[in-house]
Design a protein around this ligand. Structure first.
Ligand code: CMP
Length: 135
């Protein structure tokens, strides 16, 4: 079934000039970019987006990283896009992500892992509403 998912190309990717490389991988896979914007994540949006992580020990540095520079937020659509994008992106800990994935090929950190992607239909719906309330 055609689904939608929310992707963030994180500040490390913008800083490193990897936005085009990452978008290209999604396009070559045959996914559709529905909306795309460069913006910053402020503290309020960070706490809402990462609501399930705000109490975790890794959250303060994660918040500092995610609010520390511009990122690119997009909605992708396609058949089974939520799982397809998770597969393309690779494991959260980029040090362990498989070669051939975005994180496996281009990152080597558990925090600065280049991309966020919704992990379920419920989180996709919640995150699209949060980032693109008018979509
Ligand atoms: P993301 O998919 O955006 O979801 C939560 C983020 O927190 C994750 O990617 C990483 O950037 C970060 N993260 C998750 N676990 C850890 C951890 N153990 N240490 C540092 N950062 C983490």
């Amino acid at each position: 079934p055609v689904e939608r998912t929310l992707v963030l190309i994180k500040p490390d990717a913008v800083r490193r000039g990897l936005v085009g490389e990452i978008l290209s991988r999604f396009e070559r896979k045959g996914l559709t970019i529905d909306v795309l914007v460069k913006r910053e994540m402020d503290a309020e949006l960070a706490d809402a987006h990462y609501a399930e992580h705000v109490e975790k020990p890794f959250y303060p540095p994660l918040k500092e990283f995610m609010t520390g520079g511009p990122l690119v937020a997009l909605i992708l659509s396609g058949d089974s896009v939520i799982d397809v994008v998770r597969t393309l992106v690779g494991a959260t800990d980029a040090r362990k992500a498989a070669a051939g994935t975005i994180r496996g090929d281009l990152a080597n950190s558990n925090r600065e892992n280049l991309v966020h992607a919704s992990d379920s239909p419920d989180s996709a719906k919640r995150e699209i509403n949060l980032w693109f309330p008018n979509f």
